[in-house]
Design a protein around this ligand. Structure first.
Ligand SMILES: *[C@@H]1O[C@H](CO)[C@@H](O)[C@H](O)[C@H]1NC(C)=O
Ligand SMILES: *[C@@H]1O[C@H](CO)[C@@H](O)[C@H](O)[C@H]1NC(C)=O
Length: 311
């Protein structure tokens, strides 16, 4: 015979047990979902590819590439454990919204980290630091801000691809100590303004390439290129109605300014002798400026593309 009190107590014990079981099951289910599925290709005669399902993405000697195969919302700090050299880490198209600071710390990736076609909204300070990697692809995300010190101490970094995002703000010190930087792709973003020393991260000896077409740039700071050397600059399809005198630096060889609203060019332009190619078509240039430009181009073997329609 059970007393009412004993029955009550049993009932509670049973309920607690149920809760415990359910919790365990839920935890197990989440743990299973947490496994990361990825393909690892090795450098072997057969180029073998093996699919892994693990809690951590890791590699062995001779790994060539790792490709993520399932969706991951946050790239957590503990998800990567790449200790021997890996050439390519491909995390494309898997709805990644956030990279936890430190996620890439000490990861031995030497060629490319590809995160294109995800849902990243910012590259925060400390995201990429102290790595050997040569290229970072962040094409086609939803990035609005690249914070200061987002990319630091990257001795081999040559290119960074940030096109097709929503970048409104870009700091001159977003990239720090990137002595090999050669190309920055920033086309198809929402930049309205280029600030002082925007490209000072380019190494001083060899000149860089900057792609800024299809933004909304209206203003360029006169000191934009202070401390930087640029060889190629594409500013086409923006909203420029003037460019600063100081923009025509010695190192500039090819410049694209087509599809803006320029009526004139600053006088410093006509002292510039290293520029070899200029596209200034689709601008409402004044007739006088165009005549002067054509004469200057003839005398300085500058190849120009322009339209004559108003003159
Ligand atoms: C990366 O891995 C290679 C061997 O796979 C090793 O020699 C090298 O020291 C590692 N680099 C770092 C920074 O751990
Ligand atoms: C840009 O230039 C092209 C020719 O290069 C022209 O066909 C086009 O209409 C221009 N676009 C805009 C938005 O002005």
């Amino acid at each position: 015979m059970f007393s009412m009190a004993t029955l009550n107590s049993l009932f509670w014990k049973y309920s607690l047990y149920q809760i415990l079981i359910t919790t365990l099951l839920v935890f197990r289910a989440t743990a299973v979902n947490c496994l990361i599925k990825y393909e690892l290709k090795a450098i072997t005669p057969e180029n073998e590819a093996i699919i892994h399902k693990e809690e951590v993405i890791t590699n062995q000697v001779n790994a060539f590439s790792i490709t993520l195969l399932n969706d991951v919302t946050v790239l957590h700090k503990s998800m990567l454990l790449i200790t021997s050299e890996l050439l390519y880490l491909q995390l494309d198209g898997h709805n990644i919204e956030e990279i936890e600071t430190g996620a890439f710390d000490n990861q031995n990736i030497t060629e490319l980290i590809s995160l294109n076609n995800n849902k990243l909204t910012a590259i925060v300070s400390g995201t990429f630091r102290n790595m050997e990697v040569r290229a970072i692809d962040l094409n086609h995300n939803e990035i609005t801000h690249v914070e200061e010190n987002a990319i630091t101490d990257m001795p081999n970094l040559i290119q960074i691809i940030l096109c097709r995002n929503k970048i409104v703000k870009f700091h001159g010190n977003s990239f720090v100590n990137t002595p090999q930087m050669l190309i920055v792709y920033l086309q198809h973003n929402e930049l309205g303004e280029l600030g002082e020393k925007s490209f000072s991260f380019f190494k001083k000896k060899e000149a860089g390439f900057v792609e800024l077409q299809y933004n909304k740039i209206e203003k360029i700071h006169p000191k934009i290129f202070e401390e930087s050397r640029i060889w190629y600059l594409d500013l086409s399809h923006n909203k420029l109605n003037e460019v600063p005198e100081e923009m025509f630096i010695e190192s500039l060889v090819e410049l694209k300014l087509n599809n803006n609203t320029l009526e004139d060019l600053p006088s410093s332009f006509f002292q510039k002798k290293n520029l070899k190619v200029l596209d200034i078509s689709d601008n409402p240039l004044k007739c006088g400026t165009l005549q002067k430009l054509k004469k200057f181009a003839r005398e300085n073997s500058l190849a120009i593309k322009y339209d004559n329609k108003n003159c």
